[in-house]
Design a protein around this ligand. Structure first.
Ligand code: SF4
Length: 211
């Protein structure tokens, strides 16, 4: 347990890089979080409501953050191709540049990269495992990359003219997914191999409750 506590305390110290008072390069920590998420999210998750869910804010707060990012020309709204009544948020080239040059987590990313590939992989998998436990305990799942989602299915190339060929299909949204999109974040993500773990956790909680 002391080792686990020490590891968590180190994580808390690392978190100072992305949770801070005031602003860095003109953006507050939540605005950075929003811009970072929108830069990595797929087309289904680049909406004001998905953003609010991801950053743990109300719709009103998320909408204020979107306005701030728009006013700095880091974001634009465009009508959704799937549903013309909805809007999709797009990070502009200026927003991408700001992320690559000034994102406060860039120093952490560089430090983790310096660990080397194997260590980086172990760290990612360990953190994913920890988050899965927390998600199960709180009955919620955060965003993750599409490639590990239970709704992703392989399919043949699209046949309709003018559409780039899609290698995959999302069974939840009933929409084609390109290979590149499988690397993007989605707030509707459901991890296949994690579901049994969540159920195991709930079963243990039920047994404990009966005891
Ligand atoms: S397959 Fe899963 S992660 Fe990918 S778009 Fe569909 S719901 Fe989202």
């Amino acid at each position: 347990m002391p080792l686990a506590r020490e590891a968590v305390e180190l994580l808390i110290q690392a978190a100072r890089a992305w949770y801070f008072e005031g602003n860095q390069h003109g953006l507050r920590d939540r605005e950075w979080m929003a811009l970072r998420f929108l830069g990595r999210a797929n087309r289904f998750s680049r909406t004001p409501s998905a953003l609010a869910g991801f950053i743990g804010a109300t719709r009103a707060t998320a909408s204020q953050i979107v306005k701030t990012l728009e006013s700095k020309s880091f974001l634009v709204r465009k009508p959704s191709q799937e549903d013309k009544r909805s809007v999709v948020l797009h990070v502009t080239a200026q927003g991408e540049k700001c992320l690559s040059q000034h994102d406060p987590i860039n120093h952490v990313v560089n430090a983790v990269t310096a660990l080397g590939n194997d260590e980086c992989l172990r760290l990612r998998d360990s953190l994913r495992e920890v988050l899965n436990h927390l998600d199960a305990a709180h009955q919620r799942l955060d965003a993750s990359v599409c490639r590990d989602c239970m709704f992703l299915a392989e399919r043949g190339p699209a046949t309709s003219k003018g559409r780039a060929s899609a290698e995959f299909m999302c069974r939840l949204y009933r929409a084609p997914i390109s290979l590149e999109e499988t690397e993007l974040l989605c707030t509707s993500f459901e991890r296949t191999r994690d579901r049994p773990k969540i159920e195991e956790h709930l079963d243990r909680a039920r047994v404990a409750g009966q005891g």
